[in-house]
Design a protein around this ligand. Structure first.
Ligand code: DUC
Ligand code: ZN
Ligand code: ZN
Ligand code: ZN
Length: 477
């Protein structure tokens, strides 16, 4: 199967040019000046499909490096399966995800890895890789880290919060970091001071402050800044590279920036919710159906931050200046009915998470329209950097010969209205971005050369997606 995407504006992180893209089978075969011939050979007459992308952007497929499909968490399970979540991702122009294998306390890491491979195999619409969550840094977990790197799992997430579920103490963190430092893998950190948060939550509940808004108040920026700083120091001590996930506080960004300035391998990820949503939005949320419990829709950790304090503004700025390197969703969807409503009388029982795997490319493109980031930076933070950060670059994250045929044709003259049911395919009974209007539209999506989204139709199938055996981060020497 050969496909020619002609006359489009090809956007890579390094630049933009009008070009034709020839895809042969799974891979990009050539990027050519429009109308080129190959040794006198008329390409257009020798391919199976021609797609005219005039007036549209041709970009490398989005890579969402932080998702939690069907993750058991918060007394329930994230509502998207690998099937529904990856299909929704495809609809939104994301052609690869990196999800998380979870080890809870007492579990064996390699058993969990096998279990997660079983969950995803044959289910995914797009390609998928795995990070490994470590909640129990025992000797066998350290041995498993070496095994997993060979399997293409080259990044390990640790938590400084969620005591009794995920939390590792500083000694355990140092042990895992020492291993990462020796085997070249990346440490990912959920950086919030869990014991401070647990105390504030208890005090809030005891004082009768039970509404969803209190979730944010009990996870203050100081808890994020402190943990980010501590994680950076422990990484400095051990020589481990550190990737701080879901950064939402401007003070945490500053910690990352300072570490980077002194030459430490520290990287930061933010998410669309911290670029677009705020604690004030959550406080003001009201609906006929839920009253002020409406705010539960936006309960996630790290929490939404105060717009008045300038976090949102700072997060866009940090994306521009590269104090923050990339954007993932932390897609962890729950329905209001039957899941979020477990916390109707106690915010601490609301499962933490927002789903947006389908909207990341659009939401970040709106940042281009709003002149927050450039067109090339859009591609960089949503595709190229995730590929490099997690050892997939060359195969993913770029439109060039030899790369996988993961291509999105994006229409800057199109329009996307985000709302329940209307436009979303995630298994959620609400949208965190309901009412958002995007001045652009995902037109066509190719996953390894196969058209999976075309003209508002899904043409893919479950099982199209293959496991991505990742290498070590390409940001490290
Ligand atoms: N934060 C969330 O919002 N959900 C899953 C876990 C996490 O760290
Ligand atoms: Zn986290
Ligand atoms: Zn997460
Ligand atoms: Zn509009």
């Amino acid at each position: 199967m050969k496909t020619l995407i002609k006359n489009g504006t090809v956007v890579n992180s390094t630049g933009t040019a009008t070009a034709d893209v020839l895809i042969d089978g799974d891979t990009i075969a050539a990027v050519l000046a429009p109308g080129s011939t190959l040794l006198g050979f008329d390409i257009e007459r020798n391919v199976d499909t021609v797609i005219d992308a005039a007036g549209k952007y041709v970009i490398p497929g989005g890579i969402d490096a932080h998702t939690h499909m069907q993750m058991p968490f918060g007394g329930t399970e994230a509502s998207d399966t690998f099937e529904t979540g990856t299909r929704a991702a495809a609809w939104g122009g994301t052609t690869s995800i990196v999800d998380f294998v979870v080890q809870y306390a007492g579990e064996n890491v390699l058993d969990q890895y096998a279990a997660w491979q079983d969950k995803a195999r044959g289910e995914c619409a797009i390609d998928y890789g795995f990070h490994q969550i470590l909640s129990d840094v025992q000797d066998s977990s350290l041995v498993a880290m070496d095994e997993l790197v060979k399997e293409g799992v080259s990044s390990f997430k640790l938590f400084m919060a969620y005591k009794g579920v995920f939390l590792s103490d500083d000694g355990q963190i140092v042990k895992a970091m020492q291993k990462a430092s020796s085997n070249g893998s990346m440490i990912m950190m959920h950086a919030e001071n869990g014991s401070v948060i647990d105390l504030l939550v208890q005090q809030a509940i005891a004082a009768g402050n039970t509404s969803p808004y209190n979730h944010g108040l009990t996870r203050p920026w100081q808890a994020e800044e402190e943990a980010t700083h501590r994680a950076i120091m422990l990484a400095n001590l051990t020589g481990a590279p550190l990737y701080v996930v879901h950064v939402s506080a401007k003070q945490a960004v500053e910690q990352i920036a300072v570490a980077r300035d002194r030459g430490q391998n520290v990287f930061g990820e933010t998410c669309p919710q911290y670029l677009y949503l705020s604690l004030e939005d959550q406080l003001g949320a009201q609906s006929d159906e839920w009253g002020s419990f409406e705010g539960a829709k936006w309960v996630c950790s790290t929490p939404l931050r105060s717009k008045a304090e300038g976090h949102q503004h700072h997060m866009w700025q940090s994306l521009r200046t590269n104090d923050i390197q990339m954007v993932s969703t932390d897609h962890c969807p729950f329905c209001m009915k039957g899941q979020k409503d477990m916390g109707l009388t106690d915010f601490s029982k609301i499962p933490n998470g927002i789903g947006s795997v389908e909207h990341r490319m659009d939401l970040l493109y709106q940042g281009v329209v709003d002149k927050q980031i450039s067109l090339e930076r859009w591609v960089e933070v949503t595709s190229t950097t995730p590929a490099r950060m997690f050892g997939m670059y060359g195969q993913k994250g770029v439109i060039q010969p030899g790369a996988d045929g993961d291509v999105v044709i994006y229409d800057p003259n199109g329009h996307t209205s985000i709302g329940v049911g209307k436009t979303h395919h995630m298994n959620m009974d609400y949208s965190a971005y309901e009412g958002f209007e995007i001045d652009g539209h995902v037109d066509t999506v190719l996953s390894r050369g196969k058209v999976v989204i075309d003209d508002n139709q899904y043409l893919g199938a479950k099982g199209d997606g293959k496991y991505i055996k990742r290498g070590l981060s390409q940001y490290l020497i």
